[in-house]
Write a protein that binds this ligand. Structure first.
Ligand SMILES: *[C@@H]1O[C@H](CO)[C@@H](O)[C@H](O)[C@H]1NC(C)=O
Ligand SMILES: *[C@@H]1O[C@H](CO)[C@@H](O)[C@H](O)[C@H]1NC(C)=O
Ligand SMILES: *[C@@H]1O[C@H](CO)[C@@H](O)[C@H](O)[C@H]1NC(C)=O
Length: 825
């Protein structure tokens, strides 16, 4: 520290000393010499010239002292007042002396009177007023990327006009990892800077290096100059193209059209120019199928679709892509593109019949398997998910089984008679978007089951048949139909066995089992059988067979086939006479006798009328047309024959009319009681036939009148006990012994004034809404009978009655309402 201070003091002293030295004039070898630094300001004093030359101040003016410069330029003047040499103009040492080491400016001081020339020298000393300077401020170099280490690149050197220590001294270079600077001294002491490559260049890292070269002089202070060095690294093909990814993934729907963009591959090559220009292509071993489907743009690396995709054929593609630059040699990079084809719903579902449909019985229960189906769709995922369904309502349904299999089963009532064949439309729909569908029609036939019994056209039939028909003629044809098919609908007819008048019905009629025609096997006699019924059965051939019954009521219609039969007066033999007695005293209107006849027919056929056909004396007797009473027309006179003979014709009202005649012989007597005895006699002495009839009549009358009254009460009690609606009160033929007409309206109509004509057992209301009616037969008939008719409907019943009523107005049929009877009881 102290030393430094001392040194500083010393330097200061030296400066002062130098100052004196400069300003001291010297006359060495008789010459005056000044030394000044260059670039002094004008007016600066160089030295006291007058004094130094030994002159007085007055001489400056008197002797016209002046300074002349050899160089022509007036750098200095003399101050007239003080005689000092003063700088007149700027002095640049470098301009005056260049690079020479010493620079002396000679001056001539001219004094007149006497003329005297004095040479004065002014030495111009260098100061560091110039900095080193490069010939160009910008230097551009091009260096190949592949240049080896240590190679030198000479640069231009800088120039500093100053001399000595003020001249150029050193170079420095801005920091750069690739370059160093070295200075080479060449002849003449010139310093040439050189760039040395210290590290391999990499254009890809740094294509341009910018360096600042600085030249420094040795002055104080140091002055410097710079030059910008730009180094361009020239590319060499030292980089391979590199793809951004080694694996590209793309997915493309299979229905993409030609030209669809798939993926953009991109490789980069850090090299420059051609070395970095990339050409894309498929790898050299790419199979043909890929080449036919995909294309690559050589310059952009875009992969697009060229052909058709089919997911179902190929779902994935793996493609090698190469990128080559255009350098020399060509460098090549690779990548892989993975293209996934996505499924689109381009395949419609398919319905496959795994087992063909079987015919189904119409009585199949729910769940009967009809057919097996499966669904298939080539698409995958949702596009391949298939659902089968039956869109229209039908008695079938689909039951899903394992995977895509379905069972077509019945799920409702089937009726072949209603629908015999189904066409089941099945729709398959996949779950794609939009979904695709397909349809399949499955024919299913329903097989018949014998579930319908034959049905007759009517539940019962009424057949009206004239008596005395020809045996073997068609009586009626019944017909039944069956809705079933084949054997199940094949009907055979039969007659169910029953009894008609203790005889099997099969001896009356037979039926054609194929077509239901019923034939009579008898000619019927109304007087013996008025009505009967047949149970007809229609039976199909099913298994088991079904049958239906129908009732055929056969009503025999009366024909006028019986002539009236005279009951009284009876004639024992043909043409024999019936003798009646009457008193001769009889007055006009005296009842002589009553002719009684019956007709086995019914209705009009049994309407009997009496007429006097012949008489001994037609003026004496008259016969009542309706009653058959024979009365006197006038009083008998003494002139009248005591024996009179009358021929009475008896006719019925049938078509054709049947008639009979009877001859009545009348004996006139004077006694009164004789005819009565005669009558008794006649009664007790009947002919064989009339006696039987009369006996029968009496017996039946007795039984009717007594038993009916007794059993009426029994039956009435029974009926009350039994169900009200049942027809159990109806009498059966076998009950005839018990039969007593229970009707309170019961009448026994009987001809009182004479022999019995007929007996009527009358019931209640003829047209009541009865469910059953009863008939009792004419007692006149030898074969009189009770017949039961049970119509099954009231309307038909009415019909029956009207028919009967019209044809049999005088019928001995009676109807009674059992209901009414019960009600009234
Ligand atoms: C049969 O299936 C149908 C529809 O599913 C149903 O309505 C019917 O009641 C079923 N019948 C029987 C007997 O189960
Ligand atoms: C039934 O067949 C018989 C014999 O072939 C025939 O006479 C009759 O007319 C047929 N009946 C009907 C209703 O066809
Ligand atoms: C038909 O009548 C017979 C004999 O009376 C009987 O056995 C059968 O059950 C009846 N059939 C029908 C369907 O009523």
């Amino acid at each position: 520290m102290r030393r430094t201070k001392l040194f500083k003091l010393h330097t200061l002293w030296q400066l002062l000393w130098w100052h004196h030295f400069f300003f001291l004039w010297s006359t060495i070898n008789g010459q005056t010499r000044y030394s000044i630094p260059e670039e002094m300001k004008p007016g600066s004093v160089v030295g006291n010239l007058v004094k130094d030359l030994g002159l007085g101040l007055s001489e400056i003016f008197d002797r016209k002292l002046r300074v002349a410069s050899e160089a022509g330029k007036q750098y200095f003047t003399v101050d007239a007042g003080k005689g000092e040499l003063v700088v007149n103009e700027r002095i640049d040492r470098e301009a005056l002396c260049g690079q020479s080491a010493s620079c002396v400016l000679p001056l001539q001081v001219v004094i007149e009177d006497p003329l005297q020339l004095i040479r004065v020298e002014v030495e111009i000393q260098d100061i560091n007023d110039n900095e080193p300077r490069f010939p160009s401020n910008d230097i551009t170099l091009e260096i190949a990327e592949s240049t080896v280490l240590g190679v030198r690149f000479p640069l231009e050197s800088a120039i500093d006009p100053d001399v000595g220590s003020n001249s150029l001294k050193s170079y420095t270079l801005s920091k750069d990892e690739c370059f160093n600077i070295r200075v080479k001294e060449v002849a003449g002491g010139r310093k040439v800077p050189e760039l040395v490559l210290a590290k391999l260049l990499d254009r890809e890292k740094k294509a341009v290096h910018k360096l600042l070269l600085t030249a420094q002089d040795g002055g104080n202070p140091v002055r410097s100059g710079t030059s910008q060095i730009t180094i361009k690294v020239i590319d060499s093909n030292d980089n391979v193209p590199v793809f951004e990814k080694s694996l590209y993934k793309a997915s493309v729907p299979e229905n993409s059209v030609e030209g669809t963009f798939i993926i953009q591959t991109k490789a980069t090559d850090v090299d420059d120019g051609q070395n970095g220009e990339i050409e894309y292509s498929f790898g050299s071993h790419t199979p043909d199928n890929i080449l036919s489907i995909f294309s690559i743009d050589h310059s952009s690396g875009t992969i697009s679709l060229k052909g058709k995709l089919d997911f179902e054929e190929t779902a994935n593609y793996e493609i090698d892509i190469s990128a080559k630059d255009k350098g020399s040699p060509r460098m090549e990079g690779h990548c892989t593109v993975h293209i996934e084809v996505t499924d689109t719903n381009d395949n419609a579902p398919e319905i496959i019949l795994t087992s063909p449909p079987k015919p189904v019985r119409e009585d199949s229960p729910n769940g009967t398997v009809v057919a097996l189906l499966s669904a298939r769709d080539l698409d995958s995922g949702d596009n391949g998910k298939v659902i089968l369904h039956i869109p229209r309502k039908s008695p079938f349904s689909l039951k899903p089984s394992f995977s895509h299999n379905y069972v077509l089963v019945t799920s409702g009532r089937l009726d072949r008679e209603h629908v015999s064949d189904y066409t089941i439309e099945i729709v398959a729909t996949d779950s794609g978007s939009p979904p695709l569908t397909s349809k399949k029609s499955i024919p299913v036939s329903i097989t018949d089951v014998n579930d319908n019994p034959p049905v007759f056209t009517q539940p019962f039939y009424n057949v009206y048949l004239k008596e005395n028909g020809v045996a073997g003629s068609i009586l009626y044809s019944v017909s039944a139909s069956d809705l079933d098919l084949g054997e199940n609908a094949k009907i055979s007819y039969s007659i169910l066995d029953s009894k008609v008048q203790d005889v099997s019905v099969s001896s009356y009629v037979y039926i054609n089992s194929d077509n239901g025609s019923i034939y009579s096997m008898h000619s019927f006699d109304y007087e013996k059988l008025k009505v009967f019924q047949i149970q007809v059965q229609a039976k199909d051939q099913g298994s088991p067979s079904l049958s239906t019954n129908a009732t055929v009521h056969v009503f025999i219609l009366d024909q006028n086939d019986n002539a009236p039969a005279v009951i009284y007066p009876s004639s024992a033999a043909l043409g024999s006479l019936s003798h009646q007695r009457m008193p001769r005293s009889a007055k006009a209107g005296h009842l002589v006798t009553k002719v009684t006849a019956v007709d086995a027919d019914s209705g009009h056929n049994a309407w009997i009328s009496y007429k006097l056909a012949e008489a001994t004396d037609a003026s004496l007797f008259t016969v009542n047309l309706y009653t058959g009473e024979v009365r006197t027309k006038r009083a008998v006179s003494e002139q009248d024959d005591s024996s009179q003979r009358l021929l009475i014709e008896i006719k019925d009202d049938g078509e054709p009319v049947q008639s009979a005649t009877v001859t009545v012989s009348i004996l006139m007597e004077d006694a009164l009681h004789e005819p009565i005895l005669d009558i008794r006699h006649k009664v007790t002495e009947p002919s064989k036939k009339t006696g039987r009839i009369t006996l029968y009549l009496i017996l039946s009358l007795a039984s009717v009148s007594v038993l009916s009254l007794v059993t009426f009460l029994i039956l009435a009690v029974k009926c009350i006990r039994n169900s009200r609606s049942s027809g159990s009160c109806c009498m059966r033929r076998t009950d005839c012994d018990d039969y007593k007409n229970p009707n309170r309206n019961l009448q026994i109509q009987l001809n009182t004034d004479g022999p019995i004509k007929y007996v009527e057992v009358l019931g209640g209301d003829m047209l009541s809404q009865s469910q059953s009616f009863r008939s009792c037969m004419s007692p006149m008939s030898e074969y009189s009978d009770f017949t039961l008719i049970k119509p099954s409907s009231t309307t038909d019943f009415k019909e029956v009655i009207s028919v009967l009523d019209a044809s049999l107005p005088d019928s001995t049929w009676t109807f009674e309402s059992q209901q009414k009877e019960l009600h009234s009881i």
